[in-house]
Design a protein around this ligand. Structure first.
Ligand SMILES: [Mg+2]
Length: 230
């Protein structure tokens, strides 16, 4: 692949196993809530939590409050606090997929502009990068609150403008066939799909599909010199 000057990386399930982390963190939270007196079977609480997340959205801060109110418990506040503590405690153990940091550094040293680009809440996404120990490895971190679709195309177009680069000089790397690949392609970006996370079995129209982030430097022709940021 040649002509690439900047590389954008999605965060969740691209730089770290986000889906796996969420499942572990939620299971730990439920166990802690049951220990604190939530009157529920683990499997029932899991199902209920899943429907709460669907109803309130994954970024709501009220998941455990709602869960505590849907089951009997001796002391609701004790249960909520236990759930929140266990969830955040699990966060301290997150780590990147193997060879992620070394690959980001290698790409930067080769002269590419290296950025993160994802959907979500900016502070939450920064929190993940800090916990992963890679927050200072990016030239830019772009986060959009908008959902998929045409607004997603606008997100990629705005990145192209900020970087001062033509879309076909920018490579988007991600796990999500729709949001990371299809939408970035619509904006004229080149794309690499990493086959990992919850969409691993979905079909994808990416230019290239890879199993591991560390395969990226080998397939890119190095830029002649580091692109100067405005
Ligand atoms: Mg993702």
């Amino acid at each position: 692949m040649n002509g690439i000057k900047a590389i954008l990386f999605d965060i969740d399930d691209t730089l770290f196993a986000s889906t796996q982390f969420s499942q572990t963190a939620r299971a730990n939270a439920i166990n802690a809530m049951i220990d604190a007196g939530l009157q529920a079977k683990e499997s029932d609480a899991k199902k209920e939590l899943q429907s709460i997340i669907k109803e309130l959205g994954s970024n709501s801060a009220k998941h455990f409050n709602e869960l505590a109110s849907r089951f009997k418990c001796k002391d609701k506040d004790h249960c909520i606090a236990a759930g929140v503590w266990a969830y955040h405690n699990t966060k301290s153990s997150i780590s990147t997929y193997p060879r992620t940091a070394s690959t980001l550094l290698e790409l930067r040293e080769s002269g590419f502009v290296v950025c993160a680009a994802s959907e979500g809440k900016a502070i939450k996404q920064w929190d993940k990068l800090i916990r992963l120990g890679i927050d200072n490895m990016f030239d830019h971190v772009f986060v959009t609150n908008s959902k998929e679709g045409s607004s997603g195309v606008l997100f990629y177009r705005s990145i192209s403008k900020i970087l001062g680069l033509m879309p076909n000089n920018i490579l988007m790397v991600g796990d999500n066939p729709k949001k990371d690949i299809l939408t970035a392609k619509k904006a004229g970006f080149r794309t690499i799909r990493l086959k990992q996370g919850k969409y691993i079995k979905n079909s994808c129209t990416a230019d290239i599909s890879l199993k591991n982030i560390c395969q990226i430097p080998k397939i890119l022709q190095k830029p002649p010199k580091r692109h100067l940021l405005i």
